[in-house]
Design a protein around this ligand. Structure first.
Ligand SMILES: [Zn+2]
Ligand SMILES: [Zn+2]
Length: 370
């Protein structure tokens, strides 16, 4: 990942105080917000950086770690810079999702205490990912607490939020401008809980377990996301979100995957390098004949077109690539030693003398050290 300095991104001094950082962030975040710069990748990148910078510099603990140890220090202290969703969280908690046109400034109404969509990691073996499979999935999903109907309040009783008077929004003025942001007391619901629901301890949900089978398509790879419709959390109104399976494919002992191409290291004995020949190698589905040309090089690659992995979003297949690894015997017996010497001498070399091609080079090297 590209390195950038948080202070430079926000255009503030390293000694800047909290208010200065806040002001700088406000200016930069609005300037680069994706809503203001639709389809502009550079602005989106800047927006991410600005938010990441603010996330760190607005937090005393994170800022101190960053000042002393940099970004690495943050990572090793367990703070990650997060994805785009987190980044919008930063923006929304700062601007309350209600600022001038982004999010519309509407009352958010009854807000759920949890997201409807659910994400879970799915570990697959190389074989399962390459050929597809049926997989049993076990999930824990959230269901709105029956006793409080998801409100988290005892018997579902809530009162109007005193901080915002039930509007779900707070307004404040700065100069001639008035800003609105989500009420920090009630998080926009406009309601306040006087007594927590005893069944769910005020969380508003309970967990349920579920097992089911999923068809994993041929060709999935690490980083792919498989969406399973209506297997997420269940909201208080009974609607159900989706489940996102984040695929993580384990490495194979022999085959190395790169996108839809597969690499296989093929050991070639040193005598075969000069004799050449055809050897049988295993591909994903069958045996292939690999023709070793005389004088083959170590790490030389031979491509079998279309013998790789089927693309998960089409019928095109990747390639299968054999990579030569020349191997040598660890020991020679007496007879082999004799044969090899005979072979060596038959080429007219005298092993005790340096090979004539190096003579000039030796003189040159000697001159360097004079
Ligand atoms: Zn409850
Ligand atoms: Zn409120």
């Amino acid at each position: 990942m590209e390195e950038f300095d948080y202070y430079e991104i926000l255009q503030v001094e390293r000694s800047a105080d909290g208010d200065t950082i806040k002001k700088a962030y406000r200016k930069m975040a609005l300037k680069y917000h994706p809503d203001r710069n639709p389809d502009d990748k550079d602005s989106e990148e800047m927006f991410k950086k600005v938010n990441e910078a603010y996330q760190v510099l607005s937090d005393n603990e994170k800022r101190q770690i960053y000042d002393r140890y940099g970004k690495r220090g943050l990572e090793s202290s367990g703070f990650s810079s997060g994805g785009m969703e987190d980044i919008f969280d930063v923006f929304n908690s700062f601007f309350g999702g209600g600022f001038g046109g982004f999010g519309g400034g509407r009352k958010q109404g009854k807000q759920s205490k949890y997201a409807k969509d659910l994400a879970q990691e799915l570990e697959l073996s190389f074989h399962e990912a390459v050929f597809g499979c049926k997989k049993e999935i076990e999930i824990s999903y959230k269901v709105a607490c029956k006793d409080c109907r998801g409100s988290g309040a005892k018997e579902g009783k809530t009162t109007t939020c005193k901080a915002c008077g039930g509007s779900g929004r707070e307004t404040f003025s700065q100069g001639f401008m008035t800003f609105a942001q989500t009420c920090s007391k009630c998080q926009g619901s406009g309601e306040e809980i006087s007594e927590k629901c005893p069944s769910c301890q005020g969380k508003g949900y309970a967990y349920e377990k579920e097992k089911f089978e999923v068809n994993i398509p041929e060709g999935v790879d690490s980083g792919n996301q498989i969406r399973i419709s209506k297997r997420g959390n269940i909201a208080e109104d009974g609607t159900r979100g989706d489940l996102y399976l984040e695929v993580d494919v384990k490495e194979d002992e022999h085959f190395i995957r790169h996108h839809n191409d597969v690499y296989l290291e093929v050991p070639v004995f040193f005598t075969l390098v000069m004799l050449g020949g055809v050897i049988k190698i295993p591909s994903l589905t069958k045996e292939l004949d690999l023709k070793i040309p005389v004088g083959v090089k170590d790490k030389q690659q031979f491509v079998f077109h279309g013998e790789g992995i089927k693309s998960v979003n089409g019928s095109k297949r990747g390639n299968f690539i054999a990579v030569i690894k020349i191997i040598y015997p660890e020991k020679l017996d007496e007879n082999q030693q004799k044969l090899l010497e005979e072979l060596h001498n038959s080429f007219g070399y005298e092993s005790s003398k340096p090979i004539s091609a190096f003579e000039g080079l030796m003189d040159k090297i000697k001159k360097w050290f004079k």
